[in-house]
Design a protein. Structure first.
Length: 481
């Protein structure tokens, strides 16, 4: 019973939601079955974990119906009825938390009943709610469209002429709703490199681009924000693509609710990240500033949590621009914003890589020792760094141990993609080869250096080439001494 759909739903309820749902189950308007109420109250006793043995099917049935013999079908029907009430509650709860939608439903109901005065009173309330609305996402334009068309319908009932300009405004609202959602979906496809859709719908997309470009004043700031995201994805080399997107984010992001604002912000980060990965060093500081602002303004923080990828990328880009003091403060403060299970690994690895970047070998070693085991979020980083550190220390025993531990993990792990696994294994193989080559074997080292310049299926190629270069330079220094 612990895996029952209804109990799974209950586990997600906050204290407030559970209290309101209890009122609903106990209300004759929604439920007249006293046995169903009693069954729910017995389940509720075991909130919030719902893991007690008394929740097993037979035990729960006995608790609810002590005088009856166990009836599997009856319990199944009752649990289905509770699930139906749960679904109904979710709908009611969403309605109560979205007052404009609630007003729209009332407008529709009064309209159907022909209650003009009631309809008009609700219409005024809806207009006031709309005027107070802070966010201007696609839902806003749909809500306003429905309210305006309700006014139009009211005028028709009264045989009044509705102004043409008002009808035009309704059309514009519908266009804004449509375009925001269409652009959002196209952007998702482009981000995932699903270019077939663009090729197959090229003419309609070209029309969309032309329409927005020629009529920017007609469209809302939200439409333009998603349009600039589209341009940055479709024409990443355009000089204005990123600047327009950045300006839209700086001035229009406040019009979007937190979750949507975070998604929009990530498009700018992805743009800058691609530039950095392609070797554009000018974008390193830009990417750092995007992450820094996103965290400080809590755009990239949700429910007091930062995603693991955001945390890792923040550390990585700060280290690239050698902002060591800042990144140390970031690691210490924001590791508590990660899931509790990985906080210590995140802290230890991040401090280790910070020390490693500053050539603080002993401190790096101490930080890595605080990591008890690999985890799926930091295993690639920890394994690579352990091998690199042992290499730097020029300790054959430590290097062999780090290498073997990393290879063993790579061979048994199941969460890595085969291509990533192969790249890591190739990295270990090449690192081992370089480590064991003597400085006298300069021809082999030269050959290996050139091989690494063309091979792309190896992780950490730049680091491997740097280690070869160091050996060759050491050889040259020895020859000259």
């Amino acid at each position: 019973m612990h895996k029952n759909k209804f109990i799974d739903l209950l586990k997600t309820f906050s204290a407030k939601e559970l209290r309101l749902f209890t009122d609903m189950v106990d209300s004759p308007f929604f439920n007249k079955d006293k046995e169903l109420t009693q069954l729910f109250l017995n389940i509720k006793k075991f909130a919030p974990s719902y893991t007690n043995k008394k929740l097993e099917r037979k035990a729960l049935y006995k608790l609810t119906f002590p005088q009856k013999e166990y009836n599997e079908k009856e319990l199944g029907y009752l649990m289905s009825d509770l699930m139906r009430l749960g679904e109904q509650f979710l709908g009611q709860f969403e309605l109560l938390n979205n007052p404009l939608i609630f007003e729209e439903q009332k407008l529709s109901a009064f309209s159907k009943k022909g209650l003009v005065k009631h309809h008009n009173a609700v219409l005024k309330d809806a207009d006031k709610l709309l005027a107070k609305r802070k966010f201007k996402n696609s839902d806003y334009y749909l809500n306003e469209f429905k309210i305006k068309t309700s006014s139009q319908a009211d005028a028709q009932r009264k045989s009044e002429t509705y102004p043409s300009i008002k009808i035009s405004e309704s059309i514009d609202l519908l266009d804004n709703f449509y375009l925001v959602n269409k652009l959002k979906l196209i952007n998702q496809l482009l981000l995932r490199k699903k270019t077939d859709f663009v090729k197959n719908n090229l003419i309609s997309i070209q029309r969309l681009v032309h329409d927005v470009e020629q009529n920017k004043s007609k469209f809302s700031p939200t439409v333009l924000t998603y349009y600039y995201i589209f341009i940055s994805l479709a024409k990443p080399n355009s000089e204005n693509a990123y600047e327009n997107l950045k300006e839209a984010i700086e001035t229009k992001l406040k019009l979007l609710p937190a979750e949507e604002a975070s998604e929009v912000y990530m498009y700018a980060i992805n743009y800058a990240l691609k530039k950095v990965n392609k070797g554009d060093k000018d974008f390193q500081k830009e990417l750092f500033q995007l992450y820094k602002n996103g965290i400080e303004k809590e755009i990239l923080i949700s429910n007091n949590q930062i995603s693991v990828s955001t945390f890792k990328n923040m550390v990585s880009i700060a280290l690239r621009i050698k902002n060591y003091d800042w990144v140390e403060g970031f690691i210490i403060h924001y590791k508590d914003f990660l899931p509790e299970a990985i906080q210590e690994n995140a802290y230890s690895y991040s401090m280790a890589i910070l020390y490693y970047q500053q050539n603080m070998i002993n401190e790096t070693s101490k930080a890595l020792k605080d990591i008890d085991k690999y985890d799926e979020y930091f295993d690639l980083n920890i394994g690579q760094l352990s091998v690199k550190l042992a290499f730097e220390m020029n300790d054959k025993i430590k290097f062999a141990k780090a290498k073997d531990k990393w290879v063993h993990y790579l061979n048994k792990t199941k969460h890595l993609q085969p291509s990533h696994q192969a790249m890591q294994l190739s990295f270990v193989q090449k690192a081992n080869q370089i480590f064991n080559l003597s400085i006298e074997e300069k021809n082999v080292l030269h050959q290996l250096y050139h091989e690494l310049s063309t091979q792309k299926n190896i992780a950490e190629r730049s680091w491997l080439r740097a280690k070869i270069k160091e050996k060759l330079e050491n050889n040259s220094n020895l020859s000259n001494s």
